[in-house]
Design a protein around this ligand. Structure first.
Ligand SMILES: C[S@@+](CC[C@H](N)C(=O)[O-])C[C@H]1O[C@@H](n2cnc3c(N)ncnc32)[C@H](O)[C@@H]1O
Length: 201
């Protein structure tokens, strides 16, 4: 289990609810087929999961607790999308059988878990051979912007010191190594974000 530093305050949720499959998970859309079963781990308010559900047969949305899960249940209820199921699950030990999903997805989640490589292996375990696992996250050790904004520089300094005790800011490179070691592909590392996808052989 992990400590979720951001929490689910209204200001955090406002930013997460802005997310759609198009604006936040475009790397996944070319792989999505109507017959697919998709797992969205750490779904938060579930706006990406609900968007994906409009394109596929079934989406399984997971969160670390029932209260957190209620956020995505509410999003599904207000949009009227009903091909989602909801499960409490820690990304380190998913309560699903091997090969349960065609696609396993984690959007801005791996940076928050204590062992992202283990979580990535769990995503691979529950994905069918030939399926896709995809994750998108920030690499705070590589984050930069221009023009410089002193307030954002200060935010990054504070954020790095807040999370340093829990996870290495360079975890992305460890995850890349794990995916490559298991014969997968690492796609699209740019602008301080990375997209990892594994086409399981
Ligand atoms: C930054 S939010 C991303 C939410 C959503 N995926 C999105 O992009 O809108 C990270 C989410 O990961 C969840 N989370 C934190 N630790 C987790 C863990 N160990 N297993 C599964 N989910 C976790 C948090 O509860 C939180 O909702």
């Amino acid at each position: 289990m992990s400590t979720y530093t951001h929490g689910h305050s209204e200001s955090v949720l406002r930013s997460h609810r802005w997310r759609t499959a198009e604006n936040s998970a475009g790397y996944l859309l070319p792989h999505v087929r109507p017959e697919h079963r998709v797992l969205d781990v750490g779904t938060g308010p579930g706006t990406i999961a609900v968007d994906l559900a409009r394109r596929v047969a079934q989406v399984t949305a997971t969160e670390i607790g029932e209260t957190e899960l209620d956020l995505s249940r509410a999003t599904a209820a207000t949009t009227g999308v009903n091909n989602l199921d909801f499960h409490m699950a820690d990304a380190h030990a998913l309560p699903f059988a091997d090969d349960s999903f065609d696609i396993a997805h984690a959007h801005q989640v791996l940076q928050h878990v204590s062992d992202p490589v283990r979580a990535l292996r769990e995503l691979a375990r529950v994905t069918v051979p030939g399926g896709v696992i995809a994750a998108r996250d920030c690499d705070y050790a590589a984050s930069t912007w221009w023009p410089r904004v002193p307030e954002i520089d200060e935010w990054l300094r504070l954020y790095r010191s807040a999370v340093r005790a829990r996870i290495a800011p360079s975890w992305r490179r460890d995850a890349r190594a794990a995916v490559k070691h298991s014969g997968g592909d690492v796609d699209g590392v740019q602008r301080g974000e990375c997209r990892l996808s594994r086409h399981v052989a």
